[in-house]
Design a protein around this ligand. Structure first.
Ligand code: AMP
Ligand code: MG
Length: 374
C-alpha cells in the first residue's frame, strides 16, 4: 500500500535503509566549521553554508565557515564549534581552546549503514515508523491486508436509532457497537445490514456478504423458533466448527467457515455480543493482520468481592482506574447480559474460572483492556 495508507497496519516485510544515514556528514548545530589546529586561535570567516547547499573547496587552517544545522560538513573541516562558544565579529572569530575531533558532526552512515534493517517485519506502522520509511525512500510498503467484515444484525423487534420504537420494539445497539469494534480492530471496510427474522431475507444478506473475509451475525443463534442463523448458514454451505461455549454470558456463540471465510454467530444480548466480538472476532482479526491474537492481561486490585458459581467460565465487565501504584478494578455488575446501563462505562473485562468461589475485595486480579489505550 502507499505509505500514507499504512498507518495502523502490520509490516509484512522489514524496512531497510536505502543508503547510509546520514548520507553526508551532517552538522548538528549552528556554528563554525573548523580545523583542529586552530583551537584557541583567531580565524578568518571565509563564507557561510546553509542546509541544502554544498561547499567544494577544502577548508584551510586559519579559516572557518559559518555553518547551519543540517548542512553537509565541508571537506577538510574536522569539527563544528557551536555559535555560543565563539567570540568576534562577522569576519573573524576566536575559537575555544579545546575542540573535540568530530564535534557536532555525524559521519556518513553514523546512524545506520545502507541495507541495515531499521524496522522488523511484524511491527506496527506507527507515525514514527512512517517517518522512518519516508526517510528511507519507501513509497509503498508491504503490510498484512486488513480484512473486510460484514455485520448482519437480526430481529423483528429492532429499529435503528433514527426511528421511534413501537410498543414492542427496542433500538438496534449491536449494529453500531459491532461496527465500532470492527473499526477499532483495524478492519478496512465494515458493512452493516439488518434483517428481521425471516429465513429468506437472512439467506440473501449472508449471500450478499460472500466476498467479505469475515461475517459477524448477531441474534437468532439460540434455540428459539425464529433463531434461523444455524439453518441459514447450513443452506449457505458453511461448515459448522462449534456452536455453544461454556461461558457466561454468551453461551450460544457459533463459529463456522466457508472456504477461507470466517463466520461468527454472536448472541443478540448486547453484552454477550460484545464479549463475542472481544474474545473471538477481534483475536481472529488480529491474527489475520499479522498480530499476536491475544493482548496480554494487566493486573490490578479488586475493589469489591465477587463470587463465581456454576460450571461456566464467567466474563465480567469492569471499570479500571489508576490508583498510583496499582490499577483499581471495579466490577460492573448489572442485571444480566442485556443491561447496558451498568456496562456503558466499562473499560476492562475480567475472566473467572468456573466454580471458583469467592474472590475477595483487595485480592489481585488479571484484567483485559477493552479500549485501545488509557
Ligand atoms: P436473540 O439472540 O436474537 O435471541 O436476542 C437476545 C436478546 O437480545 C433479545 O432481547 C433481543 O431483543 C436482543 N437483541 C438482539 N439483537 C439486538 C441488537 N442488534 N441490538 C440490541 N438488542 C438486541
Ligand atoms: Mg432475535
Amino acid at each position: 500500500v502507499p505509505l500514507e495508507q499504512a498507518l495502523g497496519a502490520t509490516l509484512a516485510e522489514p524496512v531497510r535503509a536505502d543508503r547510509d544515514y546520514p548520507p553526508f556528514p551532517r552538522v548538528m548545530m549552528d556554528g563554525y566549521a573548523v580545523r583542529l589546529v586552530d583551537a584557541g586561535k583567531n580565524v578568518r570567516v571565509i563564507g557561510e553554508l546553509a542546509a541544502g547547499s554544498t561547499w567544494d573547496a577544502v577548508l584551510q587552517p586559519g579559516t572557518t565557515i559559518e555553518i547551519m544545522t543540517g548542512a553537509p560538513c565541508p571537506p577538510g573541516a574536522e569539527a563544528v564549534v557551536e555559535k555560543e562558544l565563539v567570540q568576534g565579529d562577522p569576519n573573524a572569530v576566536i575559537l575555544p581552546g579545546t575542540i573535540r575531533p568530530g564535534q557536532n558532526i555525524i559521519p556518513v552512515g553514523g546512524e545506520c549503514a545502507a541495507g541495515s534493517v531499521v524496522i522488523d517485519a511484524g511491527a506496527p506502522v506507527t507515525p514514527l515508523a512512517l517517518a522512518a520509511m519516508a526517510t528511507f525512500g519507501i513509497e509503498t510498503v508491504c503490510v498484512y491486508p486488513r480484512p473486510c467484515l460484514a455485520i448482519i444484525t437480526t430481529g423483528a423487534e429492532l429499529v435503528p436509532v433514527t426511528s421511534e420504537p413501537g410498543p414492542a420494539q427496542i433500538r438496534n445497539s449491536n449494529g453500531p457497537m459491532l461496527a465500532a469494534m470492527a473499526r477499532q480492530s483495524g478492519i478496512a471496510n465494515v458493512c452493516l445490514a439488518h434483517v428481521p427474522d425471516a429465513m429468506d431475507e437472512l439467506g440473501r444478506a449472508i449471500t450478499a456478504a460472500s466476498d467479505d473475509e469475515i461475517i459477524v451475525l448477531t441474534g437468532a443463534v439460540s434455540e428459539g423458533k425464529y433463531d434461523n442463523v444455524p439453518k441459514a448458514l447450513e443452506a449457505y454451505g458453511a461448515t459448522l466448527v462449534f456452536h455453544k461455549v461454556s461461558q457466561r454470558p454468551g453461551k450460544p456463540l457459533l463459529f463456522a467457515t466457508k472456504d477461507r471465510q470466517l463466520i461468527f454467530g454472536l448472541p443478540g444480548n448486547p453484552l454477550s455480543c460484545h464479549l463475542g466480538f472481544h474474545r473471538y472476532v477481534a483475536p481472529a482479526v488480529r491474527k489475520m493482520m499479522g498480530l499476536e491474537p491475544l493482548i496480554p492481561p494487566a493486573f490490578g486490585v479488586l475493589t469489591k468481592a465477587i463470587t463465581i458459581k456454576g460450571p461456566r467460565t464467567v466474563f465480567q465487565l469492569a471499570h479500571v482506574m489508576d490508583a498510583g501504584d496499582d490499577w483499581v478494578v471495579r466490577p460492573l455488575k448489572g442485571k444480566g447480559s442485556a443491561d447496558l446501563y451498568s456496562a456503558a462505562t466499562a473499560n476492562a473485562m475480567l475472566r473467572f474460572e468456573p466454580e471458583s468461589g469467592l474472590h475477595a475485595a483487595g485480592s489481585r486480579i488479571d484484567f483485559e483492556w477493552i479500549v485501545p489505550a488509557n
